[in-house]
Design a protein around this ligand. Structure first.
Ligand code: FE2
Length: 269
């Protein structure tokens, strides 16, 4: 089977066109996962799946996991988290302000994929911003590639993005959990290609580089993945599905003001 695809802006991810996930079979699922791993993020427009079909689709990609900080839709669909933004919410949106790779602060069993489906979408705001680690690595100068060949990053849930999280938890009345920290290589290979795993929202320091260059390299890489040339700002329509591989794609939410938005999220191992 050859699915029809077109690339996102700046070659970030791929749209998969002319498919209907309501009639999903094993061949189609295998093909979708191949494209996902190759491009890092896939965009499938206007699917409007019911919770059962949506959750079943997630299961063809991997093992859905219960995400501790977000509540499930109901007992029947524990893997579907409802991300709701209300018109009078004043704080920053969940996951905004800092590009990041979800749960990079977990040492073991990091969930690999994140999927969102748009349930209620305001017009003109609330884009999701993606940056491709594949493209960012490719465009690094050779001397930087050499310097970071064996580098690792220390990632913390109390990193720069935590301000947003803490504010949101306060608003929802959740008691903040203790911070988690993990160390991972920052140059990794996914689907045969090198990619950058630097999750700026969680990155605390770079190790296994010359000590006097660690801070400079950290700033350099954070600035690098934020460059316009690696960014695709995805504009939602209702029913769209975005599914990304946190190993190769960085993302962040953008500001939403004075309107309601509802997304269904599934985290997948
Ligand atoms: Fe996120």
């Amino acid at each position: 089977m050859n699915l029809s695809i077109s690339l996102g802006k700046n070659n970030v991810g791929a749209y998969i066109k002319d498919i209907n996930l309501k009639s999903l079979d094993q061949n189609l699922a295998t093909e979708i996962k191949k494209i996902l791993n190759q491009f890092g993020v896939i965009f499938i427009k206007e699917q409007n799946l019911d919770p059962e079909t949506y959750q079943n689709f997630a299961k063809t990609i991997g093992q859905p996991v219960v995400y501790p900080r977000l509540k499930g839709l109901d007992e029947k669909f524990p893997f579907i988290n409802v991300i709701e933004r209300k018109p009078d919410d004043k704080n920053l949106s969940f996951g905004s302000s800092w590009l990041h790779q979800d749960t990079s602060y977990l040492a073991y069993n990091r969930p690999r994929y994140t999927m969102l489906m748009g349930k209620e979408i305001p017009t003109g705001q609330g884009n999701t911003i993606f940056s491709s680690g594949f493209n960012a690595y490719d465009k690094l100068p050779d001397d930087i590639k050499e310097k970071i060949r064996d580098a690792t990053g220390v990632f913390s849930s109390a990193g720069p993005i935590a301000v947003t999280r803490l504010e949101r938890e306060k608003e929802m009345g959740i008691k903040s959990s203790e911070s988690m920290e993990a160390e991972h290589p920052i140059v990794i290979t996914v689907d045969g290609k090198k990619t950058l795993y630097v999750s700026p929202g969680h990155l605390m320091k770079i190790r296994n580089v010359k000590e006097d260059e660690a801070e400079y390299l950290k700033d350099y890489l954070v600035n690098h993945v934020n460059k316009e040339e690696f960014i695709f700002s995805y504009e939602w329509t209702k029913g769209d599905i975005c599914l990304w591989d946190n190993l190769s794609i960085l993302h962040m939410a953008s500001e939403i003001k004075n309107c309601r938005r509802v997304m269904h999220r599934i985290t997948i191992k």
